[in-house]
Design a protein around this ligand. Structure first.
Ligand code: GAL
Length: 663
């Protein structure tokens, strides 16, 4: 349970002289920084020569920060292996798909599966855990930094043999693999596991099974590295362990967090993309159910490197971000970075303090975050985010299927965020749910863009339906098997019988001038679509024009106390947005979803449970101000005043915390 709201920054004291550290601490106190994250790139400062490990600098700095009330998240330094580990050892380096062998420098240049790397990583992590694990103000650990952010699957020789082992464990015999992958196609048929190639460069596309399985193999291996490192730390420290990730990296976040203690993410979304920021909060809250998440990195103003930059935040936005995060289940809001880098490749990046020791353009905004944090801390600590009634399944594994099969640049992250944005902007309190998450407590479940629906997922969703839930399936869901092949019993496999339909055709609707109609609204249809014959179900969405006119694209089938809705296509454009909103609102009503407000677009309501009372944290995110209707009288928790029932107005980036007085 959260005891404090953290406000932190990434800090690299090993790069600076003594006087600078003094100055840093002074400013940290002024800015209200109560936690720093250190050490993730400091391997060469900790172990300059192989075997000569000296952690005294880090022990001292942690103690010194602690004297000023600043706590520490300690990192393992494995994203940047030092030169003694890499020099003259091309066989240890990461190899990309084109066969390029990485050189020393930058980050993530080594193969995390290399046995020598693993051995040295285990040693440095053990020594850090021993020296630092029991310092009283080390409140958490971060493993490494952003696994697989700059690199994806590795194609080195070590990975090759691990790949063969992994395949053997998965398939048992080569015949099973050949059959599952349909390997006689283009004479790919294998005689032994060690003949299965890594999907490096080939004249044309690889077999879908080979491509997808190589990604899943890589997901598993990086998670195993995290498991191994966490186990070492746990021998010497009770502090909880996390990793800072995103939905852009080449990892399966659900698997990655399985054996970690809490979940954290990094985000550099600009204000215009605030929906993406909220997407992360709504997803990360659910990687470790019941455990608050951390925003481990975000810029106080802008992201930048030698090669790029983003737009600095307008004044006020940082505070809106922080309040939204705390309200949506965040325990910490931390910046990258504290003091601007003097060297390296990220000198231009936004920071709290400049390299010459002066407040940056973001400094006042950081101070504003601190006063907001203080203002809302007691009510946030006393309450919890309310269980959402609307869930949307998020799957990094599905992201891998899309990477294998992007068609015209289809991107899973973009598709699912657009879908999420519709639920958000229609005023629903929502959860993004990892594939294995419990469906208990939800009323309406959306499963879009899940190419492969696993048996356990299907069983959970069916139980949810039997018990009264409404399950909206699609678009682009269920059309692929576990091995990324096509079903041969029906286009969408087992789903069809459950949904009482038959899929007649699947094809891309883009460019076919297809028009769909649902509840008197029409819109063009797009995306790889499934056209239905509503055999044992009801047609609720019909295709009016195009090459499948007269058939269904939305069907409904009651099952137990609930319903399965099949959505075969994606309505597009402005008319498509209207149609999708209609669909969301219609089925939310059908499912009796209550956690819904009329909040204006660009403003959010984060409902929280305060010992049975409901508290709304309302935040304007878009800088245009907003409104929401209070269903009853409320108490403004920040001023103590009464707020009338009816329309409540918010100024640009303003937040309010209102306790509803329902009776
Ligand atoms: C993150 C990374 C940080 C820093 C930051 C810059 O991806 O973890 O170390 O590079 O980006 O935006």
């Amino acid at each position: 349970m959260t005891k404090k709201l953290y406000h932190g920054a990434a800090y690299y004291p090993e790069l600076w002289p003594e006087e600078t550290i003094e100055e840093d601490i002074k400013y940290m106190l002024e800015a209200g920084i109560n936690v720093v994250r250190i050490g993730e790139f400091a391997w060469s400062s900790m172990e300059k020569e192989e075997g000569k490990i000296d952690l005294s600098f880090f022990v001292n700095i942690i103690n010194r920060l602690s004297e000023h009330g600043i706590e520490t998240v300690m990192c393992t330094p494995t994203p940047t292996p030092p030169i003694w580990l890499t020099h003259n050892h091309p066989e240890r380096m990461h190899v990309d798909q084109e066969g390029h062998v990485m050189v020393h420098g930058s980050r993530q240049h080594i193969c995390t599966n290399n046995p020598v790397f693993r051995e040295k990583a285990a040693i440095i992590t053990r020594e850090i855990a021993k020296a630092i694990g029991n310092l009283p103000d080390v409140i958490a650990w971060q493993l490494d930094n952003e696994f697989k952010c700059h690199v994806s699957e590795c194609y080195c020789e070590t990975c090759k043999s691990l790949w063969h082992q992994w395949l053997e464990e998965r398939y048992g015999t080569i015949d099973v693999l050949n059959e599952a992958w349909g390997a006689h196609i283009w004479s790919q048929h294998y005689g032994r596991f060690d003949q299965v190639p890594q999907p490096k460069v080939a004249p044309f596309l690889h077999n879908s099974s080979l491509k997808t399985m190589y990604q899943l193999f890589s997901f598993e291996k990086i998670a195993e590295f995290a498991d191994e490192q966490a186990a070492i730390i746990r021998k010497y420290s009770d502090a909880p362990i996390t990793h800072n990730s995103t939905t852009f990296f080449h990892v399966d976040n659900e698997r990655l967090y399985e054996n970690l203690d809490f979940a954290s993410f990094d985000t550099y979304a600009e204000k215009s993309n605030f929906a993406s920021y909220l997407f992360n909060c709504d997803l990360w809250r659910n990687f470790k159910a019941g455990r608050d998440f951390w925003i481990m990195e975000t810029s106080p103003s802008h992201a930048a490197s030698l090669a790029s930059h983003s737009a600095p935040h307008p004044n006020g936005y940082l505070m809106a971000e922080a309040v939204a995060a705390y309200a949506l289940g965040g325990e910490a809001f931390c910046y990258w970075l504290w003091r601007q880098q003097r060297t390296g490749c990220e000198q231009p990046h936004g920071s709290v303090l400049s390299a010459w020791g002066k407040p940056t353009v973001g400094f006042e905004n950081v101070k504003e975050v601190e006063s907001a944090r203080k203002e809302i801390e007691s009510i946030i600590l006393a309450s919890r985010p309310l269980q959402a009634e609307v869930g949307i399944t998020y799957s990094d594994r599905s992201r891998a299927y899309f990477k294998t099969e992007p068609h015209r640049d289809l991107d899973y992250r973009a598709l699912i965020s657009n879908f999420y944005e519709k639920v958000l902007s229609n005023g629903y309190h929502r959860d993004l749910l990892p594939e294995k998450a419990s469906l208990q407590g939800y009323k309406l479940l959306f499963t879009p863009f899940l190419h492969y629906v696993s048996k356990p997922y299907m069983e959970r969703a069916m139980k949810f339906v039997e018990e009264g839930g409404v399950w909206v399936v699609g678009p682009l869901t269920g059309g692929r098997t576990e091995n990324h092949t096509i079903h041969t019993n029906a286009a969408l496999g087992e789903l069809e019988e459950l949904a009482g339909i038959e899929t007649l055709f699947t094809y891309p609707m883009d460019g076919t001038a297809s028009i769909g109609e649902f509840l008197d609204t029409t819109a063009p249809l797009s995306l790889w679509s499934a056209v239905f014959d509503a055999k044992d179900a009801k047609t609720v969405g019909i295709i009016n024009e195009g090459i499948s006119a007269g058939h269904a694209f939305i069907t409904e089938k009651s099952r137990g106390k609930g319903k399965i809705v099949m959505l075969g296509s994606l309505p597009e454009g402005e008319a498509g947005d209207i149609l999708l909103s209609k669909l969301i609102n219609h089925y939310a009503e059908d499912a009796n979803v209550q956690l819904h407000t009329d909040v204006s677009k660009g403003t959010i309501v984060a409902p929280r449970d305060l010992n049975g009372d409901v508290v709304w944290v309302i935040v304007n995110m878009d800088g245009h101000g907003g409104t929401v209707t209070l269903p009853c009288i409320g108490i403004d928790s920040l001023t103590g005043g009464t707020v009338d029932k009816g329309i409540l107005k918010l100024n640009p980036f303003e937040y309010k915390v209102i306790k509803l007085k329902s009776n």
